[in-house]
Design a protein around this ligand. Sequence first.
Ligand SMILES: NC(=O)c1ccc[n+]([C@@H]2O[C@H](COP(=O)([O-])OP(=O)(O)OC[C@H]3O[C@@H](n4cnc5c(N)ncnc54)[C@H](O)[C@@H]3O)[C@@H](O)[C@H]2O)c1
Length: 316
Amino acid sequence: MAHILIVGGAGFIGSNASRYFLDKGHDVTVVDTLELGAKENLDSRTHFLECADRDMVSRSDIGTPDYIIHLAGSSSSPMFKEDLKGSYANNILGHASVLEFAHKVGVKKVLFASSSSIYGNIGGALHEDMHVTPPNHYSVTKFTQEGLSRVFSFETGLPIVGFRFMSVYGPQEEHKGKFANLISQFVWGMQAGKSPVIYGDGSQTRDFTYVDDIVSAFEKAIQSEKAGFEIYNVGTSESYAVKDVIALINEALGTSIAPTFVPNPIGGNYILSQQSSLEKVAHELGYRPTVALRDGIARLIEIRKKTMRPYRDLSY
Ligand SMILES: NC(=O)c1ccc[n+]([C@@H]2O[C@H](COP(=O)([O-])OP(=O)(O)OC[C@H]3O[C@@H](n4cnc5c(N)ncnc54)[C@H](O)[C@@H]3O)[C@@H](O)[C@H]2O)c1
């Protein structure tokens, strides 16, 4: 049994990870400012510490975790439009504070969330060793976190694993509202009979990944003996057009709601295609995705039907 600290654990991915590790018998401490995440996401077995400021691990009562899963921060590109300096500080200085804390208390490994958005519009199967030019502020901070981690690990010997998640969907994303994954927002809206709004002609693709697969990558990284610094893609290696996702949601809901197509308001930085290569993570960590898109959508809708948790707002 290990003590796992999840920074940003009241958020979408963190709360799903917490529940998984609690079910496996581990002790889970969550630190979160609740600036976006929600207490309702937390399992009652979680040891929850609210932190009041953006120095992510400033609480003195955290204890000595064996592992840190660091997911906190400004988790979406539009947030940088609302608060540029604050978002940079949160993602970069916050990341440094987590690494310093980890080194000081002697954790065995830090896992953190980078993002597939750093690939921008490279296209084709995305490999970790590709040359990237992060296309927006959010992805610049993720790329910087990677560089910071590589140097920190080299200087201190702390094992650090960064994950470039593809587009993650699943339950407990209602707190993110307009910042949530497209699938979540489409499901919430379509459950209320609202037509989903698609930018452009809907041929843009994403590698939609059910959150349980992300959590399984965390577990594989914790179990791995690999030291040093590593970056891994986590996704499904399959790519679906956004318009085809609507058909799958209609199928699962038993509805036939037509999407509304609008000119793409985002412009040149909008990502047109996304598909992960999983060669590295499969070979080095033994990661394999297990949830096909049709099944993940059906699972999410089943959970939604039971809970019907209110969501914040939609981006359309
Ligand atoms: N969801 C995705 O599709 C996706 C894809 C790629 C990368 N990521 C990354 O994964 C991580 C988790 O994403 P998520 O979807 O769960 O987002 P989320 O916004 O639901 O979770 C982030 C959590 O961090 C908390 N937080 C923010 N600043 C904090 C601080 N200074 N100290 C402590 N807590 C703080 C928020 O309150 C929130 O609970 C993020 O770093 C995000 O950038 C997510």
